[in-house]
Design a protein around this ligand. Structure first.
Ligand code: ATP
Ligand code: MG
Length: 573
């Protein structure tokens, strides 16, 4: 490709709206342009990288035996009503109405559509297992589209769905997919971890997220040396017990005028924050629940939503708290709290002589004790884990890192097949719902994640496996006919050997061309310069390390070819 024939309107300035490296660089390198909030056009450079990621994903999906299909973006509301998700998916689901007043969803994911295919076509256990996948545009009306294509409203996803007669068969495909994902992200040159995660709105119990290590990532992972790793939503940890063997003291009501927060109350009463038992009232799908947590720790709302099975979980408003508990916000407590479900974090069972709100203004109880003064209906793990908590597997301290979720795999079980009556006949002729798995990869998000990991202040340094081009030829002076002829010769030589080359044939000053070369990040750059011409050499430079070598002009094609091969080997698995 000659730059003058290419469409690559790079930018010198960093666009103000971009917060993270990948977003800035994708705009500056002219990989994409914004159309609307969370909606982007991919320009040639961006599309070339995207297609490379897609190719790797396709090859690895095909290796697992999955079959590629293409489902429509538009899916009828009826299917979503059958699964129940028309009601529960909420505002993230983009809905459109046709001229006949019929509603459709713009697919955010395709469990409904693929389950409909399976129930229509697959009759017998003999046709199972079957895995179908597609690479397609998805729509999600994200509350906060941000970071460019990392969290977009329209993006490209690979989604696969497997159908099984038995749990063992699902397990087998799930492992194959785990393996395939590992191969995919290695081939894309990413440093990543697979962590156990929360299944969110998709459903199912077993799930892993593939996270690319990145400081700018929106997900936090808690991990242990023993190999345990889980997302913040899901992570479990042990916390130090406090005062468990103290003798219970008599219950007492004390005045705490205007003291509402944990800090205010405990400072006022001269107690440690962990003495306080926080009582937080939630509205879960219209029902009130009082949640108890030790004062120095936070409630993990993802865990809470899972325990309650809520599709909508919100903190109760002050008026609601007054109605439910009889007291104002900041003074809730479990003692005497009637007519509302009370659930407690499991650490509460170790608490003794607690401080709680008294469900009236300006009053707290001290020396509150479990069993004697109140009894929660249930104990659950509701703890928001923090660094330094202990690993439930080995007892070591947990640490944390941040990452970008690029893929997720789920064991769905029969959630969709049962709801949608998608059945097959087993060996005994009995009708059973399909056992299902589903497996997603954010293709465009993976491109951005690769940039987060492989870039510096000057621009991107692509892993060659997903680079838009493999070699960048940079003739420094387009008005020197000999120099241009040499550059052309190398260019054609490499093209003939199947190398993907871009040659910057613009009549620009070398400084600007070097800047653009660093920006778009092609792994190997060949500079054909005036000084080198005199000595019969060109300069070959690796973008990532900056390592430069001079080679004789006649050997430039072979030298570059060797480098391409060497670099490619790094991403083979
Ligand atoms: P997130 O938690 O980041 O919102 P998710 O868990 O809802 O993502 P999945 O339903 O697991 O996402 O979708 C599969 C993959 O699609 C994700 O792993 C991610 O790589 C990608 N993806 C999801 N939402 C977006 C988005 N808004 N923009 C770009 N890619 C996305
Ligand atoms: Mg996910």
């Amino acid at each position: 490709m000659r730059w003058t024939r290419f469409f690559s309107p790079t930018l010198k300035e960093t666009p103000a709206e971009a917060e993270v490296k990948s977003h800035k660089l994708m705009l500056r390198a002219a990989m994409m342009r914004k159309v609307s909030a969370g909606v982007y056009s991919l320009l040639p450079l961006g599309l070339r990288v995207t297609r490379k990621v897609e190719r790797i994903v396709r090859e690895e999906m095909d290796r697992t035996g999955a079959l590629e299909i293409l489902m429509p973006v538009l899916s009828p509301a009826e299917l979503w009503k059958e699964s129940g998700r028309w009601a529960v998916y909420g505002k993230e689901l983009m809905r459109v109405e046709d001229r006949h007043g019929r509603f459709f969803a713009l697919g955010p994911t395709h469990e409904e559509v693929v389950t409909d295919i399976a129930r229509g076509e697959v009759r017998s256990y003999r046709q199972l297992p079957m895995t179908l996948y597609q690479i397609q545009t998805k729509f999600r009306d994200e509350v906060r589209p941000r970071f460019g294509i990392v969290r977009a409203r329209e993006f490209i996803m690979k989604d696969a769905y497997s159908f099984h007669a038995t749990e063992e068969s699902l397990e087998e495909t799930y492992s194959k997919m785990y393996e395939a994902y590992t191969r995919i992200f290695k081939r894309c040159g990413l440093r990543f971890g697979a962590v156990t995660a929360d299944s969110g709105a998709i459903g199912g119990d077993v799930t892993h997220e593939f996270m690319v290590f990145a400081e700018t990532g929106e997900s936090r992972v808690f991990a242990c040396k023993c190999g345990y790793a889980a997302t913040e939503e899901r992570a479990e940890g042990g916390i130090e017990k406090r005062a468990a063997d103290e003798e219970p003291l008599p219950l007492e009501k004390v005045s705490t005028p205007g003291m509402k927060t944990v800090e205010e109350v405990t400072a006022f009463l001269r107690k440690e924050p962990w003495r306080l038992l926080k009582t937080i009232i939630y509205n879960s799908d219209g029902e009130y629940v009082a949640v108890l947590m030790r004062g120095d720790r936070e409630i993990n709302e993802a865990k809470l939503a899972k325990v309650l099975g809520s599709s909508s979980l919100e903190l109760a408003e002050p008026e609601e708290i007054l109605k439910v508990s009889g007291g104002p916000l900041g003074f809730s407590g479990p003692v005497g709290l009637k007519g509302v479900r009370i659930i407690a974090d499991r650490s509460v069972s170790d608490m003794v002589n607690m401080v709680t709100g008294a469900n009236e203004a300006d009053a707290h109880f001290v020396n509150v004790n479990l069993g004697r003064d109140f009894e929660p209906a249930e104990f659950h793990d509701l703890l928001q884990v923090a660094e330094g908590d202990t690993c439930m597997k080995c007892g070591e301290m947990l640490t944390s890192w941040r990452g970008i979720e690029v893929g997720q795999i789920f064991k769905l079980g029969t959630k969709y097949s049962t709801a949608m009556r998608a059945h097959f006949l087993d060996e005994t002729g009995t009708e059973r719902p399909f056992i299902m798995g589903c497996y997603g990869i954010g293709i465009t998000r993976t491109v951005a994640a690769a940039i987060e990991q492989n870039s510096d202040d000057d621009g991107i340094f692509w892993p060659i496996s997903i680079a838009p081009f493999e070699v960048h030829i940079l003739p420094t002076n387009m008005s020197d006919p000999d120099l241009v002829a040499t550059a052309d010769e190398i260019y054609r030589g490499l093209l003939d050997r199947g190398v993907e080359v871009i040659m910057d044939d613009r009549e620009e000053r070398p400084g600007g061309k070097f800047k653009d070369a660093d920006l778009i990040g092609v792994p190997i750059r060949i500079t054909v310069g005036e000084r080198g011409m005199k000595d019969g050499v060109v300069e070959i430079r690796l973008r990532e390390t900056g390592k430069t070598t001079k080679v004789e002009t006649a050997g430039a094609v072979d030298a570059a070819l060797d480098m391409v091969r060497d670099l490619k080997k790094r991403y083979e698995v």
